[in-house]
Design a protein around this ligand. Structure first.
Ligand SMILES: Cc1cc2nc3c(=O)[nH]c(=O)nc-3n(C[C@H](O)[C@H](O)[C@H](O)COP(=O)(O)OP(=O)(O)OC[C@H]3O[C@@H](n4cnc5c(N)ncnc54)[C@H](O)[C@@H]3O)c2cc1C
Length: 274
């Protein structure tokens, strides 16, 4: 069965009724691919495309908001480099026109580029269910490959984050475009000096480097501290070897990505590295 609710309340009522027996469909660039490959058989699909309010995004000086149905395309020109650069590097133009931020996070791939950017932004995820709404830090949301802390009756409505003073994104893939990340990294620095680092494809989930961040809080962003942060990052990641790259390669690239991103931000540049 294919459902097309017109309101959030309708969508939530359907999910509450069917629970794990129904799946939300946003852009479909993950769900439909899985179905076509025969890896996913769905009895009930709840299409979210008519819930246009969830496509809203607000760029504010303090707290910014990105709705779950916001497409990657819509974020490509945002003046928040970590998010815009991640969005620009998802798949090709067709995928970015359809693929949504909520779908990227909902898929919970360790390689989700926009998930890594939101994690680096220390974002909060807004969830809604028939019983009400709740917000949780995105760093608590990813619990395993393809697994999240969402309840069976909940929907992601959007994401909130403080606007950083500087940010950047790095993606290492097998090609320059339409390539799943071998390693990705996002870094943000806020006015109060706090730093957040997130890496993709180096663990079962997109990963916050909390140990490296704690070191930087104490030591600041001098050249020596940045070099040491790169080394600490190689110790903090937990990569595996797969058909895209070896664990050793991913570990080495993680260190390079972190120290390069931080050097660029420290040097005043705050745009993406590719
Ligand atoms: C050719 C190709 C290239 C790609 N390249 C990249 C890439 O470079 N980088 C990258 O990160 N990804 C890439 N992807 C993966 C995909 O495009 C992205 O993850 C995209 O953001 C998924 O969004 P969607 O709206 O299409 O999700 P959908 O396929 O609609 O949904 C994905 C999952 O999220 C759930 N979901 C969707 N919206 C919500 C919601 N609001 N609340 C709760 N659950 C929800 C769905 O139920 C489903 O489980 C690629 C895919 C393809 C086919």
């Amino acid at each position: 069965m294919f459902y097309q609710p017109k309101t959030l309340e309708e969508a939530l009522a359907l999910k509450a009724e069917f629970g794990l027996g129904a799946r939300f469909l946003a852009g479909g660039t993950d769900v439909v691919v899985q179905m076509k490959k025969g890896r996913l058989a769905l009895e009930r699909v709840i299409d979210l495309s008519r819930l246009r309010d969830l496509a809203e995004a607000r760029l504010e000086d303090d707290v910014c908001y990105v709705g779950a149905l916001c497409t990657h395309r819509a974020l490509e020109a945002w003046p928040i480099p970590v998010l815009a650069a991640a969005a620009r590097q998802v798949g090709g133009p067709q995928i970015r026109n359809r693929g949504t931020v909520g779908g990227n996070v909902g898929t919970a791939s360790p390689a989700g580029d926009v998930s890594v950017a939101l994690l680096a932004l220390d974002a909060t995820v807004d969830l809604a269910g028939v019983g009400g709404t709740r917000a949780m830090p995105l760093r608590d949301f990813f619990v395993g490959v393809g697994k999240t802390a969402i309840a069976p009756d909940e929907l992601i409505t959007g994401f909130r984050f403080r606007r950083p003073a500087k940010s950047g994104f790095y993606k290492n893939g097998k090609r320059h475009s339409v390539a799943i990340s071998v390693v990705s990294a996002g870094a943000c620095v806020w006015e109060d000096g706090s730093v957040a680092l997130a890496l993709g494809s180096v663990a079962a989930t997109p990963l916050r480097l909390t140990g490296t961040e704690a070191f930087l809080r104490e030591r600041g962003l001098g050249a020596e501290a940045i070099a040491e942060a790169g080394r600490l990052a190689t110790e903090e990641v937990r990569p595996i070897t797969d058909h895209r790259a070896s664990a050793d390669y991913r570990r080495a690239v993680s260190g390079v990505a972190v120290s390069r991103l931080l050097s660029q931000l420290q040097g005043g540049k705050h745009d993406a590295l590719v």
